[in-house]
Design a binder for this molecule. Structure first.
Ligand code: PHE
Ligand code: NA
Length: 497
């Protein structure tokens, strides 16, 4: 059982799975709107800075930490010291919360495949998204009904996740990634080539590539860049620790981490060029400035894209379908990594079989998703995501860097992964983990607290934002409780040396 259920079959399989996790809705839906909100080109410098100083160092850390400790995040932190187990649970539960709405966004992509076919969004995709598709209520106080057709597709998303993860690492996750990733690359290529060959595209692309040095002084842009890097690389979610634990003990780490990060970020970058090309085209067609082509950035993928599709001179339906199929595939290959990252700790801690653990996790996950299919679902999604990421993930990032950098010692981990890697990292890595990452993140966290105090997030009433704080605090408390529960780690048979 141990052989393929909890082990990668090949290096290529591992890399495709980590890229599958990394490349997701974050690269298409989130990256384009975060870049758009932060002035396009202004965003790229902080983005690459965060990638090099924090993203890649943490990716190396997580791969090697899982590989060395041979277990999921809670188990791996327990091996550093039992009192750190909760930190592993914290990232696990943050991920659980994340999949509960991530799977809903995937379901929208699936539904939009159908809309693209039928042309359902008509001449006003914006009104269509909010009124017809989401049936958005006036605010969080008005829950609205559950949208049954969306719920049904959410169930399908969960079933796909379930079947893949249930089948184990080699026969499930790895096999799925080997099918999904080449298809995704091809579909995106078609979209991007179409995007950049449209009249007016150049203006849009210039907007994306134009560096805006003044924006470097804006802490909000830096914050957004760090947030995007964590999200896009799937670090601090327990995902890459779990994936690392299924590597054989002498697998390369450093090279794999660089390949994953570069593949992910080039994907975002190329999609960004395609998306801004399309925005440029729309601006040229409507005579609006690029900044004003979409009113609400969160709807970029579900509003701007349908609008662009409407305007295209030819092949509208085909391109619409291709785009939403690509979005759906990117989403699923990421959500399976989240399901794995939540199921693995359940297997480890309670000594459950993979089949039992995935059944429990997917069952509970589906139930949690229901909230986001209501008429107020988008508000819940927006608010909970904000606190889950801004505070959950940021604090986890700081603690992970500190616990491993200072307590376990960065040097010790580096001495483990360097000898098995194709190329070695130097002392710079220790410096990033021990100093740069925790210091920058702490600064950023304080800045965002101050921003938050001065101006409630996205103009929501403070009473609405409470739900975000409650969710974030609830997750933290649950992790501590899980730490206190007796564990079955002793009975765990992991292929240890
Ligand atoms: N990296 C994925 C994306 O960009 C999202 C993700 C986050 C996946 C956390 C796993 C864990 O969409
Ligand atoms: Na990504």
């Amino acid at each position: 059982m141990e052989s393929s259920e909890n082990q990668w079959g090949s290096r290529l399989g591992f890399i495709l799975a980590t890229i599958g996790s990394a490349v997701g809705l974050g690269n298409i839906w989130r990256f384009s709107y975060v870049a758009y909100d932060n002035g396009g080109g202004a965003f790229l410098i902080p983005y690459f800075f965060a990638l090099l100083t924090t993203g890649i160092p943490l990716l190396i850390l997580e791969f090697s930490f899982g590989q060395k400790m041979r277990g999921s995040a809670p188990f791996s932190f327990t091996k550093v010291d039992e009192k750190w187990e909760w930190l592993g649970w914290w990232s696990t539960l943050v991920t659980f919360v994340l999949i509960s709405y991530y799977s809903v966004i995937i379901s929208w992509s699936f539904k939009y495949i159908y809309y693209a076919f039928s042309g359902a969004w008509g001449s006003n995709p914006e009104a269509f998204l909010y009124n017809t598709h989401l049936q958005l209520t006036s605010g969080i106080g008005e829950l609205g009904g559950v949208n049954l057709s969306v719920l049904l597709i959410v169930l399908v998303v969960w079933l796909i996740n379930f079947v893949i993860v249930y089948n184990g690492i080699e026969a499930g996750v790895e096999k799925a990634s080997k099918i999904f990733m080449p298809i995704l690359a091809l579909l995106m290529l078609i979209i991007v080539v179409r995007g950049i060959t449209l009249p007016g595209a150049v203006e849009g692309i210039n907007k994306f590539l134009e560096p805006d040095f003044a924006a470097l002084l804006n802490p909000g842009v830096w914050l957004a860049a760090y947030g995007q890097i964590f999200f896009t690389l799937s670090v601090c979610f327990g995902v890459m620790i779990a994936y690392g634990s299924y590597l054989s003990e002498d697998s390369d780490i450093v090279n794999n981490a660089f390949i994953t990060a570069l593949a992910n970020c080039s994907f975002s970058f190329i999609v960004g060029i395609g998306v801004f090309g399309i925005l440029g085209y729309m601006a040229a067609q409507t005579g609006q400035p690029i900044e004003e082509v979409v009113a609400q950035s969160i709807g970029l993928a579900f509003v701007a894209f349908p609008k662009a599709i409407n305007m295209l001179p030819a092949f509208n339906t085909v391109l619409g379908v291709i785009f939403f199929v690509a979005l759906g595939i990117a989403g699923i290959s990421s959500s399976i990594s989240m399901v794995e990252a939540v199921s693995a700790p359940v297997m480890d801690k309670f000594n459950l079989s993979r089949k039992k653990a995935t059944t429990i996790v997917c069952g509970l996950g589906f139930i949690a998703s229901i909230l986001f299919t209501t008429g107020a679902g988008l508000y819940f999604l927006d608010i909970i995501d904000h606190y889950n990421m801004q505070f959950g993930v940021a604090v986890i990032g700081i603690l992970e860097a500190v616990v491993i950098g200072w307590y376990y010692k960065a040097e010790v981990l580096r001495d483990f992964f360097n000898p098995i890697s194709n190329f070695q990292v130097g002392r710079w890595w220790d410096i990033m983990i021990k100093y740069i990452t925790p210091l920058f993140l702490t600064y950023m966290l304080i800045r965002s607290f101050v921003m938050e105090l001065n101006q409630p997030y996205a103009g929501y009433p403070v009473s609405d934002l409470k739900i975000g704080w409650i969710a974030a605090a609830g997750v933290l408390i649950m992790s501590i409780i899980l730490n206190l529960l007796p564990n079955r780690y002793d009975g765990l048979v992991k292929n240890e040396t």
